[in-house]
Design a protein around this ligand. Structure first.
Ligand SMILES: Nc1nc2c(c(=O)[nH]1)N[C@H]1C(S)=C(S)[C@@H](COP(=O)(O)O)O[C@H]1N2
Ligand SMILES: [Mo]
Length: 299
C-alpha cells in the first residue's frame, strides 16, 4: 500500500468493515463525543481489525486487577464524569482543563494502529483520537521542556487493584518531548466509532503505537512537562525488564522471553504466531527519533 500524508487521506482509505462500523456508530455517538468531521486514516497496512469484543474484554489495567478479564468486570465502577486533566510543569498555560476544554479544536479522527503488548500479543485497533501534539502546542511547551510525564487516576474506592496495592499507584508514564510531538502519538477518546469503554482507559488515554502497550497509559488525569526524564511505573518496578523507551523491537528480547514474534488476539490459539516488526511496523515514521542510539541499551 502506498504511503500517504495525513492530509491526503480519504474515506476510501479505510477498510469496508471499519467504514461501516464508523458510520453506524457515529450516527449515535457524534453528539456525546463532540467529534470533528471524520477524516479516517489508515496510514499503513495495520491489518485486519481485532474484533471489538476482544479489544474490550482482554485488557491490562492493573488498577482493576491482574487478570485480563478484571478490567471489563470492574471498571464500570470508575466515575469519569466530571473529568479534568491537570496540565503543568514547563508550559506557558498551565491549568486544570475540563475534558471538553481538552478536546476543544482537536481533530478527533479514526486511526487504525497495531497495539503490541510486551507480553507477546497484539491487536489491531481502530482508535478515535487526536495527536497529542495539538494539545501540547495549545498549552505551549517552554524551551526547557524535554519530556512529558503522564499520570492515571488512582481512586481506591473505585479501583480494586489500587485498593489492594497491586502496583505502586498512581500509574505513571513518560515520553521524550519529540516522541510526544510525533504525529503518530495520540490521545484517544474512542474505538470502533464509539466512546472508549472504561476498561480501555476512558475518557482519555495515550496511544503510542511503536512502543510496547504499557507506555499507552489509560485514564489520564495529569500531564506535566519536565526537563528531566520522568519515572515510569514498570521501570521503577523492574528496571532490568522494562525500560523508559520500550520501543517494539524483535531483536531485543525481554530477559524472560523472546520478542521476535507475537500472537494476534482474536485469531484463535491455533493460528501461527506473527513476526514482530521493528517499531511495530512504524519504523518509517519514527526510526529517525533514535538515530545514533543503541536500542539494546536504551530498551
Ligand atoms: N493506567 C494504566 N494504563 C495502562 C495499563 C495499566 O495497567 N494501567 N496497562 C498497559 C498495558 S500493559 C497495555 S498492553 C495497554 C492495554 O490497553 P488495552 O487494554 O486498551 O488494549 O494499556 C496500558 N496502559
Ligand atoms: Mo502490555
Amino acid at each position: 500500500m502506498p504511503r500517504r500524508s495525513p492530509s491526503d487521506l480519504r474515506w476510501s482509505d479505510v477498510t469496508p468493515k471499519s467504514l461501516f462500523l464508523s458510520r453506524r456508530h457515529f450516527l449515535g455517538a457524534a453528539g456525546a463525543l463532540a467529534l470533528a468531521p471524520v477524516a479516517a486514516r489508515a496510514a499503513e497496512p495495520a491489518g485486519d481489525l481485532t474484533p471489538r469484543e476482544a479489544i474490550t474484554t482482554y485488557n491490562n489495567f492493573y488498577e482493576f486487577g491482574f487478570d485480563k478479564s478484571d478490567p471489563s468486570k470492574y471498571a464500570g465502577g470508575m466515575t469519569i464524569d466530571p473529568w479534568s486533566v491537570e496540565i503543568g510543569g514547563l508550559v506557558e498555560k498551565p491549568g486544570r482543563y475540563d475534558l471538553a476544554d481538552v478536546l476543544k479544536d482537536q481533530p478527533v479522527a479514526e486511526h487504525i494502529y497495531r497495539l503490541r503488548c510486551v507480553e507477546g500479543w497484539s491487536m489491531v485497533i481502530p482508535w478515535l483520537g487526536f495527536p497529542l501534539a495539538g494539545l501540547l502546542n495549545r498549552v505551549g511547551p517552554q524551551p526547557g521542556a524535554k519530556f512529558v510525564a503522564f499520570e492515571t487516576l488512582a481512586r481506591p474506592e473505585e479501583m480494586p487493584g489500587v485498593k489492594r496495592g497491586l502496583l505502586d499507584f498512581p500509574y505513571v508514564e513518560g515520553l521524550r518531548l519529540d516522541e510526544a510531538m510525533n504525529p503518530l502519538t495520540l490521545l484517544a477518546t474512542g474505538l470502533y466509532g464509539e466512546a472508549l469503554e472504561k476498561q480501555n482507559g476512558a475518557p482519555l488515554r495515550l496511544v503510542v503505537p511503536w512502543k510496547y502497550g504499557f507506555k499507552s497509559i489509560k485514564s489520564v488525569v495529569k500531564i506535566t512537562l519536565t526537563s528531566g526524564q520522568p519515572p515510569t511505573t514498570w521501570q521503577r518496578l523492574q528496571p532490568q525488564e522494562y525500560g523508559f523507551y520500550a520501543n517494539v523491537n524483535p531483536r531485543v528480547d525481554h530477559p524472560r522471553w523472546s520478542q521476535a514474534s507475537e500472537r494476534r488476539i482474536g485469531e484463535g490459539i491455533f493460528a501461527p504466531r506473527r513476526d514482530t516488526l521493528m517499531f511495530n511496523g512504524y519504523a518509517e515514521e519514527v526510526a529517525g527519533l533514535y538515530a545514533g542510539m543503541d536500542l539494546a541499551v536504551n530498551y
